[in-house]
Design a protein around this ligand. Structure first.
Ligand SMILES: Nc1nc2c(ncn2[C@@H]2O[C@H](COP(=O)(O)OP(=O)(O)O)[C@@H](O)[C@H]2O)c(=O)[nH]1
Ligand SMILES: *[C@@H]1O[C@H](CO)[C@@H](O)[C@H](O)[C@H]1NC(C)=O
Ligand SMILES: *[C@@H]1O[C@H](CO)[C@@H](O)[C@H](O)[C@H]1NC(C)=O
Ligand SMILES: *[C@@H]1O[C@H](CO)[C@@H](O)[C@H](O)[C@H]1NC(C)=O
Ligand SMILES: [Mg+2]
Length: 383
């Protein structure tokens, strides 16, 4: 009894002494204490946006938010594969910023979907139905030809070859999502799909980081497209570019998508289930006219053009290469691939929970090595 009382007294004395020391050396000023705390984040100061580097005037993160929203295209049946993705985004990032979230669907979302998502998300949430003109066959499409081609492609076991809805989805993501009335008030978006995972805490405002650095398109995973889904996409693109040389950026990223100066497509593209990008680019004349040009050929239906190669090829031609950003600091999964930071610096002392050996970025089917070559940049943190 006596011995344990003594122990408690000794502990208390030591604690008091430590508190005294902290106050003495910290000068008892709250700013100094805050600065000490933020020293742990020194590496972020070097890499991350300037807004995060300040220590003297503490602002609520919302004060500096940019015009941005999350956007998810989904169906009611996706609710419970989507909740984990949304919850992870809230826990890892959005609980500090409260960005809005727009859900889009070709049918009405039901009440369960709406209430689950509204309760989960810290920003304003809205639910939109996609207008028929953005999800369906344009009148110039020969639907019998489309059906014949689907059958022929399905016989060759090409992924999603037989699906009509997948083609409507790809065309919508290629040419329409930013035209939805609910998207009009935003400039930046972050696309999130059902079933995706986020493995790292994101401790800076990634939208603001894009805007402050003049980036237009951010990605995590890149890879090669299946050849059979896009037989005429490249030639159609070249026709457009020949008609509109004025849209080709001076310092473009053509080397990412072509190994022979533009003659052929190497099938590299950014995996668009993750995208953080500036809708001003999609809304601008170069991309709008490019999309219309592609659309009138019917390739979204007669072949199976994906929104990923369409976005990537357009960005590679019409943006300067300084306007792209690879988020090497994000841990991300969309089946079957993972992007996972491999260095301690990027893993931020355990705030990434993915297995670094699963990182797809430098594997053969990925195009991220090609991306760094096209940028004339050294490959970072390769392991
Ligand atoms: N509303 C709606 N969303 C769809 C439909 N098909 C796909 N999506 C969404 O479109 C995105 C891509 O579809 P997904 O099935 O994930 O294709 P994958 O990632 O290419 O395998 C996801 O956000 C889906 O929820 C559809 O018929 N209706
Ligand atoms: C949600 O919208 C309301 C009304 O426009 C606005 O006052 C509020 O700040 C918004 N909330 C967030 C988290 O942005
Ligand atoms: C694309 O164009 C090249 C050269 O102009 C031609 O050789 C090739 O057959 C074309 N491919 C298709 C699928 O039209
Ligand atoms: C690309 O950079 C050039 C100057 O180097 C500039 O004139 C042009 O507007 C830029 N293009 C885009 C799409 O921002
Ligand atoms: Mg998906």
């Amino acid at each position: 009894m006596a011995r344990s009382t003594f122990k408690v007294a000794r502990l208390t004395a030591i604690t008091l002494f430590l508190v005294f020391l902290i106050y003495k050396f910290a000068g008892n000023k709250p700013e100094t204490l805050l600065e000490q705390g933020s020293q742990q984040l020194d590496y972020l100061r070097q890499r991350m946006p300037s807004s995060f580097a300040g220590g003297s005037s503490i602002k609520e993160p919302e004060d500096e938010r940019v015009s941005a929203t999350f956007v998810t295209l989904a169906q009611n049946k996706d609710l419970y594969s989507l909740v984990d993705s949304v919850k992870a985004m809230e826990d890892r990032f959005n609980h500090r910023y409260h960005y809005d979230w727009v859900f889009l669907n070709d049918k009405e979302f039901n009440d369960e979907f709406k209430s689950v998502m509204t309760n989960l998300i810290s920003g304003n949430v809205s639910f939109g139905v996609i207008p028929k003109e953005h999800w369906g066959y344009p009148e110039f499409i020969d639907q019998e030809k489309a059906a014949r081609n689907r059958k022929a492609m399905a016989a060759k076991k090409i992924i999603y070859a037989g699906s009509e809805s997948y083609r409507h989805m790809c065309r919508f993501e290629s040419g329409f999502f930013w035209r939805h009335p609910l998207m009009q008030k935003y400039r930046w978006y972050w696309r999130v799909e059902p079933g995706v995972k986020f493995y790292c805490d994101i401790e800076y405002d990634l939208f603001k980081y894009m805007q402050d650095n003049d980036y237009k398109y951010g990605f995590t995973i890149s890879m090669h497209e299946f050849r059979e889904t896009i037989p005429t996409l490249w030639n159609t693109t070249l026709e457009f570019v020949k008609k509109h040389p004025e849209y080709v950026a001076k310092d473009n990223l053509l080397k990412f998508v072509s190994d022979d100066g533009g003659k052929t497509y190497n099938r590299c593209h950014f995996w668009s289930n993750f995208e953080v990008a500036d809708m001003e680019f999609w809304r601008g004349p170069a991309y709008s006219e490019y999309f219309d040009y592609l659309d009138q050929t019917g390739g979204f239906f007669y072949e199976r053009w994906g929104d990923a190669p369409v976005h990537s090829i357009a960005a590679a031609f019409f943006l300067n290469k300084t306007q792209f950003h690879h988020f090497e600091d994000l841990g991300y999964y969309h089946g079957p691939y993972t992007a996972c930071p491999t260095t301690q610096e990027l893993r931020r002392k355990g705030r990434c929970t993915c297995d670094p050996s699963k990182n797809f970025s430098w594997k053969g089917f990925s195009c991220t090595t090609q991306y760094y070559k096209a940028q004339d940049m050294e490959i970072p943190q390769k392991s």
